[in-house]
Ligand binder design. Structure first.
Ligand SMILES: Cc1cc2nc3c(=O)[nH]c(=O)nc-3n(C[C@H](O)[C@H](O)[C@H](O)COP(=O)(O)OP(=O)(O)OC[C@H]3O[C@@H](n4cnc5c(N)ncnc54)[C@H](O)[C@@H]3O)c2cc1C
Length: 269
């Protein structure tokens, strides 16, 4: 039986566990994105009693809207941050090992128009391959002009000298997240979607020790006590921090990036 069919993934029984729980949870995780799901798996597999609540559907926010790349941070290599790249390459490999149905290799081609680009990117990508070691994806290689055009038939041909091909990974972000939530549940975590934390409350000792959870389906409210309460709400972190201290200074700063989506006829390959 797979976990989604298991009675443990049934929302009503999850809410019943919250309703009837008298002991404090070891860990309450607020937010069912990638961060919250990862924390829940980690804690549940170490046999902690975990409650994870998400106010929308799991992964509804940033975690289902990523570029869906599993990369080893090739651009950090240019900055000389080798230990970060090694960590990321290892995680990339572990993701493919643990979820081969959701993570696969993806080839990238960097076209070269200057004489120095082939040796520069070629050597850089070989270092990237070497750092990956046994967690390596496909091997990078230098492409001739013809091979580059074969893979990117619509790019500018004037001045094109060749290209460098290297590999990173691509993954299905929301499916991986749902599988992590299912894994946490399989290991005993209580997980509920459409369950919003509306209050974070302190005990007599001045430390945060409980939250109020609103079931957004029925309007019912629950109080859940926790020994540790983790705010894993990503871009909503400051909103949630202000539930227990409205005066607190914000720590999240906006940044911006763009995705460009092209018709296949414009950029084949
Ligand atoms: C444009 C873009 C592209 C990216 N591309 C990549 C990529 O290719 N590869 C990669 O690895 N990473 C990528 N990332 C980064 C990655 O997507 C994020 O690091 C990750 O999704 C953050 O997850 P999170 O769980 O911290 O936040 P979120 O996914 O935002 O989860 C936070 C959750 O908290 C919930 N929440 C908020 N308030 C409450 C409350 N009061 N009660 C209960 N729940 C609450 C929200 O509903 C939300 O679901 C990208 C990010 C962006 C913005």
């Amino acid at each position: 039986m797979n976990a989604i069919d298991s009675p443990d993934m049934n929302r009503d029984s999850m809410l019943e566990r919250i309703r009837t729980r008298t002991e404090p949870w070891d860990i309450i995780v607020i937010g069912g994105g990638a961060t919250g799901a990862g924390i829940a798996v980690d804690a549940a597999t170490r046999e902690f009693d975990v409650l994870l609540v998400e106010r929308e559907d799991f992964g509804k926010a940033t975690s289902s809207r990523s570029t869906k790349l599993v990369h080893g941070g090739v651009r950090y290599l240019e900055q000389g941050n080798v230990s970060l790249v090694m960590d990321a390459l290892k995680e990339r490999g572990l993701m493919r090992q643990n979820a081969p149905h959701l993570v696969h290799d993806l080839a990238f081609v960097v076209p070269n128009y200057s004489w120095w680009e082939a040796p520069f990117y070629g050597i850089g990508m070989k270092v990237y391959d070497l750092l990956a070691g046994k967690y390596g994806f496909g091997k990078s290689r230098i492409l001739s002009r013809e091979e580059t055009l074969e893979r990117l038939p619509n790019i500018q041909t004037e001045g094109l000298r060749g290209g460098v091909m290297y590999y990173d990974g691509q993954f299905d972000d929301s499916r991986l997240l749902i599988h992590l939530i299912m894994t946490a549940a399989e290991y005993g975590a209580t997980v509920a979607n459409y369950a919003e934390v509306t209050e974070i409350l302190k005990g007599e000792d001045g430390f945060v020790d409980r939250v109020t959870i609103l079931d957004r389906e029925s309007g019912e409210r629950f109080t859940a006590h926790g020994k540790i309460i983790v705010n894993a709400t990503g871009i909503f972190t400051d909103q949630v921090r202000r539930l227990c201290d409205s005066e607190i200074e914000g720590m999240v700063a906006p940044s911006q990036g763009i995705h460009l989506v092209f018709e296949r006829s414009f950029l084949r390959g």
